[in-house]
Design a binder for this molecule. Structure first.
Ligand SMILES: C[S@@+](CC[C@H](N)C(=O)[O-])C[C@H]1O[C@@H](n2cnc3c(N)ncnc32)[C@H](O)[C@@H]1O
Length: 363
């Protein structure tokens, strides 16, 4: 399978061009961090729920300091995220509002437009910069759990819209043999490996009531959140979550479907995990492995999405995979032209798969 990816235009290699580009990226970085502030301090929520506000009013509604509220509001208006009603009014008299069309991307976690979790995950990378620098020097890793709740919850929120809105209702039904088995009696058993905070595991019994799902992840805090999410969604009678290595070979012929969502590239030993998947499936069982839709071969300059994947990889996914030895250390961009990664990359795309493990999707 060949994926055609348009490349970013080659830019002129001049000092001016580079300085302009990095300056623009720096503005973007400040925007991202300011979104984190507005999200985590409930400032966007307050503007949505309570309507337009002056700095003192927002500060009192959100329980933050007035001077900082003013700075954030001015920055948000200056960068074009918020609207200001009377620009000539005094600093504490100006009223700021959140445009209606920005409510969904900033505040609705179920929306496909949801973007605040991306800002949160980028800030989480900043929090472990000292560990990252040490890892880059020594070849060590940074454990996924070290990134803390900002990364772990943001990761869940990042995939939540498509997992809750279409995984059970559109994606699984589009694979007839999987759909039939999940709908049949006796109820199918599903394993969600590297389940994170559990949205895929929760989506399946919500769509297929007879199914039971076991979610496994190495990160204890993810497992706790997954249990809470299942409780809140009313499926905890059909979903269990347990801290367990996906490479654990002890499950044999127990599952009809095994899913690994956006995690194979985070694993130190993905080949052992794929072997464990082969063992845990019943005859005729299916493995559904979804990962970033990267190019098959290294490309430079690359398109924006590929550059984003390299960003994830440099600051979170590769360091997480480097925590164990030995490690395949695929990084987020699993490309087939790297011999060390072929065994993992070859599970994607029907043309280059071999049964019984068939890769069905890339995100
Ligand atoms: C990027 S997150 C994806 C989580 C979830 N599948 C999702 O879509 O939100 C990667 C997850 O892989 C987990 N992980 C990495 N290696 C693992 C392993 N060997 N066994 C179980 N979980 C693992 C991490 O703890 C982390 O929760």
């Amino acid at each position: 399978m060949t994926i055609e990816i348009p490349t970013t235009a080659e830019t002129e290699k001049t000092p001016d061009a580079l300085v302009a580009r990095i300056s623009e990226a720096s503005l973007g970085m400040y925007d991202v961090m300011s979104v984190y502030v507005g999200d985590q301090l409930g400032l966007y929520r307050s503007l949505r729920d309570g309507g337009p506000a002056t700095a003192p009013k927002l500060a009192s509604r959100a329980g933050i300091d007035t001077r900082y509220a003013r700075e954030w509001l001015e920055q948000q208006a200056a960068t074009g995220f918020l609207e200001v009603d009377d620009i000539a009014a005094g600093a504490d008299q100006r009223r700021y509002s959140l445009p209606e069309s920005y409510v969904e991307p900033l505040l609705n976690l179920d929306s496909p437009y949801s973007i605040a979790p991306l800002a949160r995950s980028l800030v989480a990378c900043g929090k472990v910069i000292p560990q990252l620098m040490e890892a880059y020097r020594t070849g060590g890793g940074v454990d996924w759990s070290a990134y803390g709740p900002d990364m772990i919850e943001a990761q869940g929120d990042f995939n939540r819209p498509w997992l809750l809105n279409s995984f059970g209702s559109r994606i699984l039904p589009a694979i007839p043999e999987v759909d039939e088995r999940l709908a049949a009696d006796p109820g199918a058993r599903v394993a969600d490996l590297a389940c994170g905070v559990g949205w895929a595991a929760i989506a399946i019994p919500s769509a297929y009531p007879k199914v039971t799902v076991d979610g496994f992840d190495l990160d204890e805090s993810s497992i706790e959140l997954a249990r809470e999410n299942a409780r809140q969604r009313g499926v905890s009678d059909r979903v269990t979550f347990e801290r367990r290595d996906a490479a654990d070979p002890s499950a044999a012929a127990q599952y009809d479907l095994a899913v690994i969502i956006e995690a194979i590239h985070d694993m130190s030993r993905p080949i052992e995990v794929l072997s464990a998947v082969r063992r845990m499936l019943r005859p005729g069982g299916v493995a559904l492995i979804a990962d970033e839709k990267t190019g098959d071969a290294f490309t430079a300059p690359a398109e924006e999405l590929e550059r984003m994947y390299y960003g994830f990889s440099m600051f979170a996914c590769l360091p997480a995979a480097m925590t164990e030895r030995p490690t395949v250390a695929t990084g987020t961009v699993i490309s087939l032209d790297n011999p060390g990664q072929q065994a993992v990359g070859s599970v994607f795309g029907s043309e280059r798969n071999s049964a019984p493990i068939r890769g069905e999707a890339r995100l």
